[in-house]
Write a protein that binds this ligand. Structure first.
Ligand SMILES: [Zn+2]
Length: 376
C-alpha cells in the first residue's frame, strides 16, 4: 500500500485543487497522493486533449516531487488501476496519440481566454466585432466593447431565430457589423455555434421596409409575423356563421383556405409542433406553438408530416390539404389562438412569403460578402 507523508499529501491535494477547482478536490476522501493523480487521469479530456495532458503532467510532477524516493512506475504497478485509467495514464506519460493531434487541428480553440478575445475591425462606414461567448451572450458583447444599445439590438435580432437565453454555449462565437452612424444601427448579426447550426442574418430593405433575412442557401425569407400557411384563396373568414353541415349559427374560430387536395401546408411561423394527429371534427391536425402563448393549428389534412416535439421553421411543410374530419371538401381550416383564445388570424399580421430573388439576391449576396470582408 502506497502512502504519502501528511506534508506530501497536502502538496498533491493543493495541486489537484488548483487544476480541478476546490469543490471537486474537497470531495476526494484523502487517498494517497498517487491515487489522486490516477483519479485525475480518468477525467474526460476528449478534444481538449492537450489541455488535459498538460494539466496531468503538472499534477504528476507535483505529486512525484512531493514523494521523494518513490519510483512512480513501480508504485503505479503495485496499485490496482482500472484498465481505462491505466491507458490514459500511459497516454499522458508518452504524449498524445497521433489521431488526437489531428483532431485538435480541426477543433475549436482550446484556450477559453484566447477564444473569447474580441476582434474589432472597421471601415469608413462600419464596425465589425467578433468574439467568444464566455459569461453569457450579453456580457460577452459588453466585454468586447459593444454598447448596451447595440447588444440589445443584436439579442433582439437573434431572438427571432433562437432562444438567446438557452441556445448559446461556451465556445460559440458572435459576429456583428454596425454602421458608423447615429445609434450604430446593426447591419449584420451572426452566431457561430459549436453544437448547433449557425445563425446568420443580414438586414435588407424590400419594398421600402428594412427587415432581417437568413443568409443560408434555403433562401432569404422573412420570418416576422405569420405567413399564409397554404397557397390558396380565403373562402371563409373568422367569426359567426351558419355551419354548412351542422346547420346552426356558430363561431368560426379560424379561417378557411380553399386549396387543391394535396397542396402543401406550411408552418405560419417558426415554432415547435405541440400536436400532430386526429383531433375529432378537425380531422388530421397539426398544432404549432410559437412562444408568447401563440399556437397555430392546421386542420382537415389528408396527410401529416410533422411530429410532436419537432422544431419547425416558418414555411416548413407540416402536411397536405385534405378533407378529414367534419369537412365538406378539401380545404385548410387555420386557427390562431393566443393563450387558448381564438383570434382572427387576419388580425395577426399576415404576410406573404417574401423571397429575395434575381438581381436583388445578387445585391444581397454582394452586401453580405462586403460586410464579412471587414477585418477578414
Ligand atoms: Zn374552418
Amino acid at each position: 500500500m502506497l502512502t504519502g507523508t501528511p506534508a506530501s499529501e497536502a502538496a498533491a491535494r493543493t495541486a489537484l485543487s488548483r487544476a480541478r477547482g476546490s469543490a471537486a478536490a474537497a470531495d476526494v476522501a484523502a487517498p494517497a497522493p498517487f491515487s489522486l493523480v490516477v483519479d485525475l487521469a480518468a477525467e474526460p479530456i476528449g478534444p481538449r486533449w492537450l489541455r488535459g495532458a498538460a494539466t496531468l503532467t503538472i499534477l504528476c510532477a507535483a505529486a512525484l516531487s512531493a514523494m521523494p524516493g518513490i519510483d512512480p512506475f513501480q508504485a503505479a504497478l503495485a496499485h490496482s488501476i482500472a484498465p481505462k485509467q491505466q491507458f490514459q495514464m500511459n497516454a499522458m506519460l508518452s504524449g498524445p496519440p497521433a489521431d488526437a493531434e489531428a483532431a485538435l487541428a480541426s477543433a475549436p480553440p482550446v484556450d477559453p481566454v484566447e477564444a473569447a478575445k474580441p476582434v474589432v475591425a472597421a471601415t469608413a462606414s462600419a464596425i465589425r466585432v467578433q468574439g467568444g461567448v464566455t459569461d453569457g451572450l450579453y456580457w460577452s458583447l459588453r466585454d468586447a466593447g459593444v454598447s448596451p444599445d447595440v447588444a440589445a439590438q443584436y439579442l433582439k435580432v437573434l431572438s427571432t431565430r433562437i432562444d438567446v437565453g438557452g441556445d448559446v454555449a461556451p465556445f460559440d462565437r458572435f459576429d456583428l457589423v454596425m454602421a458608423k452612424a447615429d445609434g450604430q444601427p446593426l447591419l449584420y448579426a451572426a452566431l457561430r455555434r459549436v453544437d448547433a447550426p449557425d445563425v446568420e442574418l443580414l438586414k435588407w430593405t424590400v419594398g421600402g421596409k428594412a427587415d432581417w433575412f437568413d443568409t443560408d442557401a434555403s433562401g432569404a425569407e422573412r420570418t416576422d409575423g405569420l405567413m399564409a400557411p397554404v397557397a390558396g384563396r380565403i373562402t371563409s373568414g373568422f367569426g359567426r356563421r351558419n355551419h354548412p353541415i351542422l346547420h346552426f349559427a356558430r363561431m368560426h374560430a379560424g379561417i378557411d383556405f380553399g386549396a387543391a387536395w394535396g397542396s402543401p401546408i406550411v408552418a405560419a411561423a417558426d415554432g415547435q409542433v405541440v400536436g400532430a394527429g386526429w383531433a375529432g371534427g378537425y380531422g388530421r391536425q397539426v398544432r404549432v406553438a410559437h412562444g408568447s402563448g401563440i399556437v397555430t393549428s392546421y386542420s382537415h389534412m389528408s396527410g401529416i408530416v410533422a411530429a410532436p416535439g419537432e422544431p419547425v421553421r416558418q414555411g416548413q411543410v407540416l402536411g397536405y390539404v385534405g378533407s378529414s374530419g367534419l369537412s365538406t371538401g378539401p380545404h385548410l381550416h387555420f386557427e390562431v389562438r393566443v393563450n387558448g383564445q381564438a383570434v382572427d388570424p387576419q388580425s395577426v399580421q399576415m404576410q406573404r412569403r417574401q423571397q429575395i430573388s434575381g438581381a436583388q439576391r445578387q445585391a444581397f449576396n454582394a452586401r453580405l460578402k462586403q460586410l464579412k470582408a471587414i477585418g477578414a
